[in-house]
Design a protein around this ligand. Structure first.
Ligand SMILES: [Zn+2]
Length: 87
C-alpha cells in the first residue's frame, strides 16, 4: 500500500486550496488507513495549534520538515488574505 506523503497530509490539514483529484484520492486512502488517519489527525492538531498560537499545549514538537511545510502554508494563507484585501 502506498501511503500519503507527509507533505500532502500537511496540505490536506491546511486546506488552503480547493481539493484536487489527488486530494480526493489521498482522503480515500486516509479513510482506510489507520496510520495515515493518525498522521492527518496529528497534522490537523499542529495546524490548529499554529493558527491559534497555542503551541505550548503541544506534547511534542512536530518534525522540522513538517513544521516548515506548516509555516509556509500559514504564511501563504496570510499573504492570500492580504492580496484579497488589496483587491
Ligand atoms: Zn496510509
Amino acid at each position: 500500500m502506498v501511503h500519503v506523503e507527509p507533505a500532502h497530509l500537511v496540505e490536506l490539514a491546511l486546506r488552503n486550496t480547493p481539493p484536487t483529484d489527488d486530494d480526493a484520492e489521498a482522503l480515500r486512502h486516509v479513510e482506510r488507513c489507520d496510520r495515515c488517519r493518525d498522521e492527518l489527525r496529528m497534522m490537523t492538531r499542529v495546524v490548529t495549534a499554529a493558527r491559534s498560537a497555542e503551541l505550548e499545549d503541544m506534547a511534542a514538537a512536530p518534525p522540522e520538515l513538517v513544521w516548515q511545510r506548516i509555516t509556509q502554508g500559514l504564511s501563504r494563507e496570510s499573504a492570500a488574505r492580504r492580496c484579497a484585501g488589496a483587491g
